[in-house]
Design a protein around this ligand. Structure first.
Ligand code: COA
Length: 320
């Protein structure tokens, strides 16, 4: 048995930040941002936190799944922006939805986090030790974004997406890679009360990214890992129904489409609206696709993620 997505949900804050708004904050323009990233708007928290967004997305996914919260055995939240260090965001979700029988954990693998959570849950479901799992990607990236740095603040947005997995016949094949030696190109140092002030002054609490290096990494490794997973699954890329990519940047997505020579209509995107929401981007997209009725049994799907770590990977999914 493998885990089939039986319910999805998403939540984004009400507060929309447009390129026009950003151009009043830093020296940039709608034209520049759209041309380099494909992003037009992003949602930014006001009163929400990572936990509150994770909870709101989870409630919708649970409703959609019709699974009883008492039958959820595992909750994994992928995030790099937990509200507090302990308890984990997954514990807040558990308490809110009343999933008393679930084991809970948060994982941080930056933008690859949701895919990693998905792969972990699949292993537990395949082994038989977990039946139903609730997976969430949630990020409050605006809390660690330097809104005076024009090369970074245009990219990121906040939000949460959630999926419920239940056992079904099918096959899921996964690859996950990490290269810590290249981690310096995308960093955000931790916030600790002791050196909070110094870190604030030096802006060490903020995301710092070498954009071009990240771009080169993604456009090389992601097509490679997708080709590798298709080879492992013995599936031709022409036979894929959908390639679901982490929504980092429209130019990266276009580059991957070009390198793979894949039909762009098979690669849905929503980056224009949400920006890069890190671990939340894949479940946000999956929820949109699900609610548009795009998923059917028998389809051949690939999910691919990449980001800080550096980390990247892909899963091939076929549910009977
Ligand atoms: N508006 C206007 N000009 C900007 C700008 C902005 N928001 N941000 C940077 N610039 C300027 C730079 O200052 C630089 O000016 P200069 O030539 O006078 O020095 C020029 O634009 C080019 O900067 P550069 O950093 O080389 O731009 P780029 O083409 O690499 O685009 C990114 C920057 C961040 C959009 C691009 O590198 C990228 O998409 N990287 C991947 C980021 C990503 O997806 N991260 C998440 C991975 S999970």
């Amino acid at each position: 048995m493998v885990g089939k997505i039986v319910g999805t949900g998403r939540y984004v804050p009400n507060n929309v930040l447009t390129n026009e708004d950003l151009s009043k904050m830093v020296d940039t323009s709608d034209e520049w941002i759209v041309e380099r990233t494909g992003i037009k708007t992003r949602y930014i928290t006001e009163d929400d936190t990572t936990s509150s967004m994770a909870i709101k997305a989870s409630v919708k996914a649970m409703e959609d799944s019709k699974v009883d919260p008492m039958d959820i055995d595992m909750i994994i939240v992928a995030t790099l922006t937990p509200d507090v260090l302990v308890p984990s965001v997954s514990c807040y979700v558990q308490a809110h939805i009343g999933a008393k029988n679930a084991q809970c954990m948060d994982i941080n693998s930056a933008c690859t986090g949701f895919l990693m959570a998905y792969q972990i849950a699949q292993s537990y479901i395949e082994s038989g030790s977990v039946k139903n799992a609730l997976l969430i990607g949630a990020e409050n990236l605006s809390a660690i974004t330097d809104f005076t740095d024009r090369s970074n603040c245009i990219i990121f947005g906040d939000g949460a997406g959630a999926c419920v997995l239940s056992p079904a016949e099918g096959r899921v094949i996964s690859i996950m890679r990490t290269d810590g030696e290249r981690g310096k190109v995308l960093e955000a140092e931790s916030r600790t009360p002791k050196d909070w002030k110094e870190r604030e002054e030096k802006k060490l609490t903020y995301i710092r990214m070498e954009g071009q290096e990240v771009f080169k990494f993604a456009t090389k490794e992601v097509p490679n890992v997708i080709n590798e997973i298709l080879e492992k699954a013995e599936v031709k890329k022409e036979d894929l129904d959908y390639l679901i990519l982490h929504q980092a940047n429209k130019r990266i997505i276009d580059f991957i489409i070009k390198r793979l020579k894949i039909d762009p209509s098979k690669v849905p995107t929503n980056i224009a609206r949400y920006g890069n929401t890190s671990a939340a981007s894949i479940p946000l997209l999956i929820d949109e696709m699900n609610r548009e009725g795009k998923f059917k049994n028998g389809q051949k799907l690939v999910i691919a993620g990449f980001g800080g770590g550096l980390s990247w990977g892909a899963s091939y999914i076929e549910i009977k």
